[in-house]
Design a protein around this ligand. Structure first.
Ligand code: ATP
Length: 360
């Protein structure tokens, strides 16, 4: 870790972090009360004070209703926001809490509530306080799962979600700098014990990071890896855009069916494997109705298609389907020299007729 990694963030450096947001009408700051997001709030408030006209800032804390201390922490954020002259709102997650996958469900609910808050105050962006350390943890987690290029690219600085832009202005900033900033400003912050709860994967991996850093694999190098892979991933995506256009041109003679994607086998089969995989992934995600498909399952689908094409190139050429599979709510078939991807018919649950399944 360099000396800079332990120094408070100057007003000039903060100005650069938020520069692209200057012209936004309003911004939502997602502040849990932990050190990273309290530092985000403090830095954004100082930045706003230095502008003649800047965006309206609204601080939002989500109380997931999972820890008894959460309500007190939200009040603490409100108090600090008021001291900084910022509007604050606490939003509660009132939905049913699942027994498994609780962190993922809480995250889903949090982003939904943050996006709602943004829309209600006319904010175009929601700012979160993800740091370089969070980025490094994400890379490590995905590395251990064997993720592909897109997954290993980890978090982007800007992403669109539920109609608002999520911004992570502190993604290149080490957490130690945020702590140093708060210490200098004499601002307190909450300590969330679930961050150290080894029942969860992320805290267990977090505990490994100092050992990796001692071997040179610190957050800077893991984040650099993510940045390089994101660059390569973006290039592959451009190639897939091109392949999609090329395949569409090959369809021109046939009347395209609405709600169906169809690729000519002979043109598809000559494309590189990664491009074929992404073409399938895009089509299944666009037309399926069961959420994003798992990469491993799309890999299995592609292998089955490749095998069916190699085994019976002529059968793939006549009208009878030589392969028919569903994946993530999409129906994939190989027939008449083409691969077709369409929405799968809705599944009928056992022992119930369609008429039984009427809405409530
Ligand atoms: N309860 C909360 N209320 C408001 N904002 C929150 C809350 N929890 C987290 N955030 C925002 O999200 C950022 C990331 O938080 P955290 O690392 O705990 O998220 P996570 O559960 O790992 O999920 P993800 O990284 O996908 O957002 C925080 O810096 C903060 O800006």
């Amino acid at each position: 870790m360099s000396d800079d990694d332990n120094s408070p963030i100057s007003a000039r450096a903060a100005k650069q972090l938020f520069a692209e947001l200057r012209g936004a009408p309003a911004l939502v700051l997602a502040v849990s009360g932990g050190p990273d997001s309290v530092a985000l709030m403090w830095l954004a408030a100082r930045w706003k004070r230095g502008l003649a006209r800047g965006p309206q800032l609204t601080v939002v804390t989500v109380d997931h209703g999972l820890r008894p201390e959460a309500a007190r922490e939200a009040r603490e954020v409100k108090r600090l926001a008021a001291e900084l002259g910022l509007v604050h709102r606490t939003l509660r997650w009132r939905g049913a809490k699942p027994d498994t996958g609780l962190p993922a469900a809480a995250r889903e609910a949090r982003y939904r509530l943050l996006a709602q808050a943004a829309r209600s105050v006319g904010a175009s962006h929601v700012l979160t306080a993800h740091t370089r350390d969070d980025q490094a943890e994400t890379v490590l987690m995905r590395l251990l799962r064997g993720s592909g290029l897109a997954g290993l690219s980890a978090m982007a600085r800007l992403t669109e979600r539920d109609g608002v832009v999520l911004v992570r202005p502190l993604l290149d900033v080490p957490k130690s700098q945020l702590i140093a900033t708060l210490r200098r400003a004499k601002i307190g912050f909450a300590d969330d014990p679930t961050n150290r709860d080894t029942a969860f994967t992320r805290p267990r991996l977090r505990a490994l990071l100092p050992q990796l850093a001692a071997e040179g694999g610190d957050s800077r190098s893991l984040a650099r890896l993510a940045g390089r892979l994101a660059r390569a991933n973006a290039a592959v995506d451009v190639l897939v855009d091109g392949a999609e256009r090329f395949l569409q041109l090959r369809t021109r003679g046939d009347a395209p069916q609405a709600g169906v994607r169809s690729f000519e086998v002979s043109a598809f089969a000559n494309l590189p494997e990664e491009v074929r995989l992404r073409l399938l992934l895009r089509a299944v995600n666009a037309l399926g109705h069961e959420g994003p498909a798992e990469l491993g399952k799309v890999e299995t689908l592609l292998a089955a298609l490749d095998q069916a094409i190699a085994a019976s190139p002529r059968a793939a050429g006549n009208g009878r389907p030589v392969l028919k599979q569903t994946l993530a709510g999409a129906l994939i078939s190989l027939a008449g020299g083409r691969i077709h991807i369409a929405p799968a018919p809705a599944r009928r649950s056992k022992g119930r007729t369609r008429a039984d399944q009427g809405g409530s």
